[in-house]
Design a protein around this ligand. Structure first.
Ligand code: SAH
Length: 482
């Protein structure tokens, strides 16, 4: 086995680095070198447009022509990025002679140093190397790490760098410093930075450093939208919060696949409302749990199906937290209407068919009194009904009574985005009967409007829509049922 490479982070500020080559690859290398503060000299017969602009504005030094050893004069490092093997070899061999480290792009054999794949968060850098043997693998790992580390890490590293002297002066012992860092990481500072509240983060930092707050940190609550079920539809931020949370309070609607992404030792608490239960009592209990866990210093994630602010009572929970002075953040999720539209092949505002889309619930307290059915019955708009399974008859009757055409297409998407997704299509006139025929179950979303007909053509996920093929049978059944 060959010896492993020795990793190092080089300070290139004000130091000359030679880049041989004037194409797109050279440009990428030059950009990274400029970021690191290097003085870049580019040698090539000609330059691609951006490099050429940098040369004329003086950002880089340009030596036109074919490679000459004199290009190395004064250089600390060199990168060969030409597509000519002979030139690359010449650069490598002169570098060897002059004891200047040379990287030949995509040629580990010829290189005396390699540039790692890296993840950057401010001053914090994670570098990955496969020794040049498997750059694809290194890149793949990099992508995975990109998703895991929040952008706020950069701000955190910056804060710790600025406060380094003060931390050392106040906590000279290594043990004490370690405990301090753990408290900083477990407390609200990372989320405050994520929320862009630098001032509050610094105040909190002072409190922890002063020993005031750190002993008994107050937890925070993140209200997180879990999307419709497919874990691929979580946001990166939701994923990170799930992997950090101490406690996750989730609804029944949140899929097991999403819950599987929680930290292994996180406490999972289902707080779903039981059908027919007392919703207000349940909601009160949820508020109490959220507050109690946060006051115990836990990192709490309140995970809801879809988006928390779309028929999710997220607002009420935030009000409860606000009233008790508990900090929170909100992470949006993909709401059922968007997910069901996408996964059933229904473009909600296809320009030929609809100018608007409405998210409606027919299930709200006294909602039928406040909904403007005449407005809903207008053409060229898409209606997405949440929690509508039980009220389909009423929806059909009112819309038709207010003038929506009985032939308006609908699609019911049951378990949207999940492996067991079903789509039932038909026309407004036969809506409740078709739903009954196919025994539609919750969770299901009703999409009504001309766009719904596109499901027949644009469906791509799971089984084809039920309806078209089975309409003949359906009509027989309907006739029998009538
Ligand atoms: N906050 C959620 C909605 C909660 S109300 C969101 O933004 O999606 C619950 C209703 O959402 C269900 O009755 C159903 O109409 C709809 N819904 C949620 N997930 C669904 C899914 N995977 N497929 C179809 N409908 C869904």
């Amino acid at each position: 086995m060959t010896a492993p490479l020795f990793p190092l982070f080089a300070d290139l500020r004000g130091r000359t680095v030679l880049v041989v080559g004037g194409g797109a690859v050279a440009r990428r290398k030059v950009a990274a070198l400029l970021d690191a503060g290097a003085q870049v000299r580019v040698g090539a017969p000609e330059l691609e447009p951006t490099l050429s602009e940098w040369a004329s504005s003086g950002r880089i030094e340009y030596v036109p022509g074919v490679f000459e050893p004199a290009w190395f004069d004064g250089a600390w490092l060199a990168i060969a990025a030409t597509d000519d093997a002979a030139s690359n070899r010449a650069v490598a061999s002169i570098g060897e002679e002059r004891r200047v480290f040379v990287n030949v792009v995509d040629d580990a054999e010829l290189s005396s140093f390699q540039v790692p794949a890296r993840v950057e968060r401010g001053p914090l850098q994670i570098a990955i190397s496969s020794g040049g043997g498997a750059p694809m693998l290194a890149r793949h790992l990099r992508e995975q790490l990109e998703t895991q580390f929040d952008e706020s890490l950069g701000a955190l590293a910056g804060l710790l760098t600025r406060e380094r002297a003060r931390i050392r002066a106040r906590l000279p012992g290594l043990q004490a410093r370690r405990r301090f860092f753990e408290r900083v990481l477990a407390g609200p500072i990372p989320s405050l930075l994520r929320a862009g509240d630098q001032a509050a983060a610094e105040r909190e930092f002072d409190a922890v450093l002063g020993g005031g707050r750190g002993e008994n940190p107050v937890g925070r609550v993140a209200l997180v939208g879990a999307g419709p079920g497919d874990p691929g539809l979580l946001t990166l931020r939701a994923l990170r919060l799930l992997s950090e949370a101490d406690v996750i309070l989730h609804d029944r609607l949140v899929s097991p696949e999403v819950l599987a992404l929680a930290r292994r030792d996180a406490e999972l608490v289902e707080v779903g409302k039981q059908v027919g239960g007392d919703h207000n009592a349940t909601q009160e209990r949820i508020h109490t749990l959220l507050v109690d866990y946060a006051r115990a210093g836990k990192r709490v994630v309140r995970l809801k199906g879809g988006d928390s602010f779309v028929f999710g009572r997220g607002g009420e929970e935030l009000e409860a937290l606000h009233a008790r002075g508990i900090e929170f953040e909100v992470v949006p999720g993909i709401t059922a209407a968007l997910a069901c539209g996408a996964y059933a092949g229904i473009p909600l505002t296809h320009r030929e068919h609809a100018q608007s889309v409405r998210f409606i619930t027919a299930h709200c307290k006294d909602s039928d009194d406040t909904l403007d059915w005449a407005a809903l019955a207008q053409e060229r708009q898409t209606l997405a009904f949440y929690m509508g399974v039980a009220g389909l008859e009423k929806i059909r009757d009112r819309l038709i009574a207010h003038g929506r055409a009985p032939g308006t297409p609908f699609a019911i998407v049951e378990n949207g985005s999940r492996p067991e997704q079903r789509v039932i299509v038909g026309t407004l006139a036969e809506l409740p009967e078709l739903a009954r025929l196919h025994s539609v179950r919750s969770p299901a979303l009703l999409i009504l409007g001309e766009v719904a007909a596109l499901a027949g053509k644009l469906h791509w996920f799971g089984a084809a829509p039920l309806g078209a093929a089975s309409t003949a049978i359906a009509h027989e059944d309907l006739a029998q049922a009538a």
